[in-house]
Structures are given as structure tokens and as C-alpha cells.
Design a protein around this ligand. Structure first.
Ligand SMILES: [Cu+2]
Length: 114
């Protein structure tokens, strides 16, 4: 399951749903939205993007974060990100995704993919 130090993704729902919502790969074509994690908070609480856009999660804190989402269709886990680490996610399904940090339960950003 582990792909690299920075990027871990599982696609357990792919067969049943036909889309996992997230893909972890190099950005291709779509817009790139950078979300900086600072002071135990994402840089935005909501974000609207277009399908095919990329999110780059950047850890701007001097301690670790672990970005993840389980809802509604995607299963995302960027693994432990240390200070300065960057993790890229390509949004490849429409919907609203509730993205959080495993380490800091109050961290949350709702991403809507149109
Ligand atoms: Cu965190």
C-alpha cells in the first residue's frame, strides 16, 4: 500500500463505485490549488475546484500532519507529512470531500469538485 514516503493512497472502493475521487499522481492540465497547513489549520475551510484540478497539501508547521478523507466516495491518506512536505492529489470525481488531519481532529477542509 505504501507508494512513497509522502504519498499513500488506497482504492478499496474503486470496484463498487467506479471512481475513488482522488488520484495521487503528477498534475496534468488542471489548475493547481495549494493548501498550506499552518498552526493546525488548513489554509481554507472550503474550496471549490473543477474535476481534474490538483490539490497540493503543504505542511507549513514544525510538526507532522496526516491528511486524509473517507467521504463520500474517496479514500485518501497522504501519510505522515513532516515540516515542508508536499503531497499532491488529483480530483477525478465530482462531489464534496471532507478532508481532515488524523493527528489534529479539528483540522478540516471541505472540497467541492464540480
Ligand atoms: Cu494535523
Amino acid at each position: 500500500m505504501v507508494l512513497t514516503k509522502h504519498v499513500i493512497v488506497a482504492s478499496m472502493a474503486v470496484a463498487a463505485l467506479g471512481a475513488i475521487g482522488f488520484a495521487v499522481e503528477a498534475a496534468t492540465g488542471g489548475a493547481i490549488h495549494e493548501i498550506i497547513q499552518k498552526r493546525r489549520s488548513f489554509g481554507a475551510s472550503t474550496l471549490s475546484v473543477k474535476m481534474g484540478d490538483s490539490l497540493i497539501f503543504v505542511n507549513g508547521d514544525p510538526y507532522a500532519h496526516n491528511v486524509y478523507s473517507v467521504a463520500p466516495r474517496g479514500w485518501l491518506d497522504l501519510g505522515i507529512q513532516e515540516e515542508g512536505d508536499r503531497g499532491t492529489v488529483v480530483l477525478n470525481a465530482r462531489g464534496t470531500f471532507d478532508i481532515r488531519c488524523r493527528i489534529h481532529p479539528k483540522m478540516r477542509v471541505m472540497v467541492t469538485v464540480e
